[in-house]
Structures are given as C-alpha cells and as structure tokens.
Design a protein. Structure first.
Length: 317
C-alpha cells in the first residue's frame, strides 16, 4: 500500500505553502499529492485555482503524480478541462491524474452564480463530459454529440502523453458513480470508508464491471482519508484538539466524544499501531493507496510522521 497526501486548496492555501508542500512531498518520497477543486467550503478563505496550481506542480516536481480529487463538471466545460489536462500531463511527463466527479457542494455554485443542475443531470453531464475529454485526447479529428455537449472534428493539440492521463472517478454512489467507474475509470477513489463499508462498495462495483465484461482488477483502488493520528497519546490529543476546534460547532464536544464520532464517520483515529492495523484491513480488501489529508499547512509534522512511521509499515501490504 502507498501513502499519499491530500490538500484542501480552499482552506487558506498560499502559493508559498503549496510550493513548500510539493517540495516536502518529494523529499519524503510520497508517490502522490492531490488537492481539492473547490472555491470555498464553509468560510471563504484564500483558494488557489486548481489548474494553475497543477502547472506549478508540473514545473516544480519530478516524481509525484498529482491532480484533483476531484474536479466537478459543473465548474468548467469538459473542453476546458480536457485541454488543460492534456497540456499539464504533457508538461509533467505523464504524471497528471484526471480526477472527475459530478459535483456536490451547492453553496459555492450559488455564491458564484454557477448553475447547479439536479443530480440526474449532473451525472449525465459527467458521463458525456468524459466522452468529450476522451475525444479531445484521441487522434484527431474527433467528434462527439450528446444531449449537453458536442465537439465537431476537433484535433486538440498538444495531446497528453501516450495513452492519455489516467481518469480517476471519485465517489461511492451505488446508482451512478460505480457504474461510471466500471465504464471509464483507470482509478476509483472513495472517501473515509471503514473496512466493512469498503468491502460492500467493492462488491457493488463488481456488478457493473461484470455487466460490461471488465475485470475489476484493472481498476486502481485509492481512498482519501481524514486521519487523527500520532505516535503517542499527547500528539493524538493535540491533533484532535486542533481539528475539533477548527469548527465552532464542536467547542462543547469532548476530545473522546469527537474521536468516537470521527471513527463512526470512517476517519482513521489512533496511535501508530491502530492506524497500521486499519490500513492493513483495507489493504486485504484490495485498497492500493491512501491519501491522507494534510490538516495543518503551517507544520510539516503530519507529513513527516506519515513518511517515517506509517508508510514503511504498510509498504509491503
């Protein structure tokens, strides 16, 4: 199992800290750094444009794979997404991962005047949008006509590296998401699932794969996880306290109660042995990579702990 980093770009991320995190990730030999593609969640904070930050990642790193977890099709047209992704992938030497989703956070759409379609339409647009992106990346001229999107005789240049950037689809919805994973995805990413829930979703994914004759083993499995972790009780307490206090609604909640609630939500909570045990259970179910949230941009302690205490212990799983 590999351990990567996840950065919430809407939570006050600055250019200086983004460059620092990228350099730190390569120094610590993380295989990946992903980031969110949101304008804000909750409070408006400094929020770096995702695709501009990916250009920085392409230029300032040489080993990590990177991309959005995930880009909603509601923010930009699939033509814009496909063109930017192709060029970033080429620029990075094939390290870009095209993470896509249907979109879920209505408040930022309302705030910025972006239409937020009903859920059925959002998933229909995701399906069509992937077809548009694949058409742009294919040998031109290429065309595609759907209900929402159409391209005619396009030859989008430059192309991504041979084979195109891998398409990652995020989510675990059983009605539409997992069927789209089976149909299009090189990689499936879900969020904060415990072993029992993950085993169930894995079983559900096998059904659409079987229906179209795809071997589920051809889909890379990854998970984004919020972790409250540390090498000892005091560090675990401090990490939990800081995360708990980031939301004023949690002020009256005890540390113990907050940790219990976090576990119930699928977060990984505990000292090193407990973290490694949980990752081992997920690895046995076929999970290949976990991207842990980098919760405190002003400190390198979290990434260094993951690199020194967690990654070596799960590398052989």
């Amino acid at each position: 199992m590999d351990i990567g980093l996840m950065v919430e770009g809407q939570n006050g991320l600055t250019w200086e800290r983004w460059s620092h995190i990228l350099a730190l990730a390569e120094e610590l030999k993380f295989p990946s750094v992903f980031r969110s593609d949101h304008y804000f969640i909750g409070t408006h904070k400094q929020s770096l444009e995702a695709y501009m930050s990916f250009v920085v990642a392409a230029q300032e790193t040489s080993t990590i794979r990177f991309g959005p977890l995930v880009t909603p099709l509601t923010f930009r047209s699939p033509v814009d997404i496909g063109r930017m992704a192709a060029q970033i992938d080429e620029f990075s030497g094939g390290r870009f991962v095209m993470g896509l989703g249907a979109g879920w956070h209505e408040p930022e759409h309302l705030a910025y005047g972006i239409r937020f379609p009903p859920i059925r339409e959002r998933f229909d647009r995701l399906d069509e949008g992937i077809n548009v992106i694949q058409a742009l990346w294919s040998e031109g001229p290429a065309s595609y006509k759907g209900k929402y999107y159409e391209v005619r005789d396009v030859d989008c240049l430059p192309k991504p590296t041979p084979g195109g950037a891998p398409i990652l689809i995020g989510g675990a919805g059983e009605k539409r998401t997992l069927a789209l994973v089976a149909k299009y995805a090189t990689e499936w990413n879900c969020v904060n699932l415990g072993p029992e829930a993950y085993a169930h979703k894995k079983e559900v994914l096998e059904r659409p794969c079987e229906a179209i004759g795809r071997d589920p083993a051809t889909i890379k499995r990854s998970m984004m996880v919020f972790g409250l972790m540390g090498p000892n009780k005091q560090t675990l307490h401090d990490v939990t306290q800081r995360f708990k206090d980031s939301n004023p609604a949690n002020q009256s909640t005890s540390i113990e109660e907050f940790q219990a609630r976090s576990r119930d939500r699928g977060m990984i909570v505990g000292q090193t042995e407990e973290v490694v045990d949980r990752l081992g259970q997920l690895a046995e179910l076929g999970l290949e990579e976990v991207e842990f949230e980098h919760l405190n941009y002003d400190s390198d302690e979290g990434p260094r702990y993951l690199a020194s205490d967690i990654a070596p212990k799960v590398a052989g799983l």
